[in-house]
Design a binder for this molecule. Structure first.
Ligand code: PMP
Ligand code: GLU
Length: 396
């Protein structure tokens, strides 16, 4: 049976596969510590969930306009406007079934056969697949390790060709935890502007930032004249612990927003209406939401310190990127490579078997020398996982 060329190069998501396997092994009675899942371990704040329940009771259970309710789009635009002090047209906001969905809408609407799309590497595992599903070519650009892989215009220039149509950038980064400073971001964004390349800025981890007091620098923090054509991607999954609600959004020019909305109207109709009610509460009650975000970010910061401290103490041979945001530790494992264990996938399989820890191999993010650990879990489990890791590699 022949399948369409559309999915010829399609691979399942490694992040989701690891997490599903860990859950399955746990259900079979194995004592697995799951550090594969990239999702906050907190529950959605109760008042946000209550807004959805109330919405259901009030009959908000029908189709909404394809790009989301005007109320939610306006609330998101207002939130962006308040945070960045820039005029934000709510007609440029398209609400979707998650940031992943918004990224796909953008790739599919902007790229096609013959186009090349630059992807900052190490990258979140779904970007190349989305570009390939759009029948364009992913081109990977990696910054140097001493800059925690953050890109410079020179890095981008060396990968640019006359077919380059887009650049996908993620800060704070999944998987490295690297965060661009405002100056670094400005340099990269202005490079994209000067080259007339579409910038897809994935800012889903913007709130989860440890370097400064407050969110990480985003593209809307830059002066208007620095910006060329862009799509800003964000959502409620990480900031408000709402991964299962499936609400994300894009903010772009109104023209592009109309195209993505038309695309959505044929593929999903609209994001779930009760979930939109929950998201509306998060974006309208900004002061309340800020308190929740602060509480979660403090917990992530404490765990970042815990994990890096334990690595320094118990795993001195394994170097890592010091995370300044998100909730991942990206650490080097090539010193463990040997016959029979030649790559990051083999290391992860070995650690799952020997130490019962589930983590995602770096190859899924374009960096086979590394492994990604999510530290969005309890202090006790993190301590136990790192002890197991140290015992497995023989340093404890
Ligand atoms: N971008 C990045 C970098 C992510 O890690 C995730 C989390 N899966 C997403 C986008 C998608 O988030 P959402 O749950 O909103 O689809
Ligand atoms: N963002 C998370 C991760 O990278 C969730 C899983 C996914 O959607 O890929 O693990």
């Amino acid at each position: 049976m022949e399948f369409s060329q559309n999915i010829q190069r399609l691979q399942p998501s490694a992040t989701i596969a690891v997490s599903s396997l860990a859950k399955q092994l746990k259900a079979e009675g194995r004592d697995i510590i799951n550090l594969g899942a990239g999702e906050p371990d907190f529950d959605t704040p109760e008042w946000i969930s209550d807004a959805a329940v109330q919405g259901i009771r009030e009959g908000k259970t029908r189709y909404t306009p394809a790009p989301g309710t005007p109320q939610l789009r306006q609330a998101i635009a207002k939130d962006l406007q308040m945070r960045f002090g820039k005029e934000v047209d709510w007609n440029g906001v398209v609400v979707s079934n998650g940031a992943k969905h918004s990224l796909f809408n953008a790739c599919f609407s902007l790229f096609g056969p013959g186009d090349e799309v630059l992807i900052a590497s190490p990258y979140w595992t779904s970007y190349p697949q989305m570009v390939t599903l759009s029948r364009a070519e992913p081109v990977f650009v990696s910054g140097t390790e001493d800059r925690d892989f953050r890109l410079t215009p020179e890095d981008l220039e060396s990968a640019y060709s006359d077919r380059t149509k887009g650049l996908i950038l993620c800060s704070p980064s999944n998987p490295s935890g690297g965060v661009y400073s405002l100056e670094e971001l400005k340099a990269v964004v202005e490079w994209a502007r000067d080259r007339g390349v579409w910038l897809l800025a994935d800012e889903i981890y913007r709130y989860i930032n440890f370097a400064d007091d407050g969110p990480a620098s985003g593209i809307l923090d830059l002066p208007q004249e620095s910006l060329g054509p862009f799509v800003l991607i964000d959502g409620v999954s990480k900031a408000f612990a709402m991964t299962g609600w499936r609400i994300g959004f894009s903010y772009s020019s109104v023209d592009l927003a109309k195209k993505m909305s038309a695309f959505q109207s044929h593929t999903t109709s609209n994001p779930s209406s009760p979930a939109q009610e929950a998201a509306l509460a998060a974006y309208v009650e900004t002061k309340r939401a800020e308190v929740e975000v602060k509480r979660m970010v403090e917990a992530f910061r404490r765990r970042r310190d815990l994990v890096t401290g334990l690595f320094d103490e118990l795993l001195p041979g394994l170097s890592y990127v010091k995370p300044n945001g998100a909730f991942y530790l990206f650490f080097r494992v090539d010193s463990l490579f040997r016959e029979g264990m030649p790559d990051s996938s083999a290391v992860c399989t070995w650690l799952l078997e020997e130490a019962e820890i589930a983590m995602v191999p770096g190859v899924a993010f374009g960096e086979d020398r590394y492994v990604r650990m999510s530290y969005a879990t309890s202090d006790e489990l993190l301590k136990e996982a790192i002890r197991r890791l140290a015992r497995a590699v023989g340093t404890l």
